[in-house]
Ligand binder design. Structure first.
Ligand SMILES: CC(C)(COP(=O)(O)OP(=O)(O)OC[C@H]1O[C@@H](n2cnc3c(N)ncnc32)[C@H](O)[C@@H]1OP(=O)(O)O)[C@@H](O)C(=O)NCCC(=O)NCCS
Length: 178
């Protein structure tokens, strides 16, 4: 598995995952939206992934500015998943709507092959290069696979935030050696 920048050449494999109902957004199903955007203008869609700008719609419909940071695709000859790094330049602080610096998702038919663990390992140096001394990640308390991905990359549990209507949120930190 390698991490690659989203590109037109690989877009069909990404679209195939969307057509199977996979959503790159863990909070909100955006598969239909992405397929519509690809059909409308594939080049502009890729450009939007590669140089994120503009706004982002949260699960509750709130529209917020998009944070800078690369989105990369996991690729093993076909699309396996995505991993994104986001940060505010010059600080580790995140705005309240950002659950963490790094988010990832693997398509169900490529899971349990170590892809997410490898992807996170490969993104940490990019975070360091961006000037971050640590990255924070949030998982649901019942998301054991994601917690194992973080633990395998040196993550430390920092906080547990209760949620009355959903699983507790676990906040993790990975320190990045200078
Ligand atoms: C979480 C997720 C990204 C893991 O992807 P993956 O490529 O399958 O992860 P890995 O293969 O690197 O596996 C990581 C660990 O979790 C374990 N694991 C994976 N799926 C599991 C499952 N369904 N049940 C139990 N353990 C599981 C693996 O055995 C591995 O453990 P190990 O390191 O002790 O061997 C994937 O399940 C996913 O996309 N889930 C939906 C989106 C999501 O939850 N994203 C993270 C939000 S915080």
């Amino acid at each position: 598995m390698q991490l690659v920048a989203p590109s037109l050449e690989r877009l069909e494999s990404y679209a195939a995952a969307l057509r199977q109902g996979w959503s790159p957004n863990n909070v909100r199903d955006v598969s239909g939206e992405h397929l519509a955007a690809i059909a409308e203008n594939a080049a502009a869609f890729i450009q939007g992934l590669v140089t994120p700008a503009g706004t982002l719609t949260l699960g509750d419909g709130t529209v917020v500015p998009r944070l800078p940071g690369p989105l990369l695709w996991m690729w093993d000859g076909a699309f396996c998943g995505g991993i994104g790094l986001r940060y505010q330049p010059g600080t580790e602080a995140l705005p309240p709507h950002a659950l963490g610096h790094i988010g990832y998702a693997v398509v169900p038919w490529k899971r349990r092959r170590g892809h997410a663990t490898q992807a996170l390992r490969q993104v940490l140096p990019l975070a360091r290069e961006a000037g971050l001394r640590w990255v924070d990640l949030t998982t649901d308390a019942d998301n054991a696979p994601s917690q194992r991905v973080i633990l395998a990359n040196g993550g430390v549990l920092m906080d547990r935030v209760p949620d009355a209507t959903a699983p507790d949120k676990l906040v993790w930190r990975i320190f990045l050696p200078g």
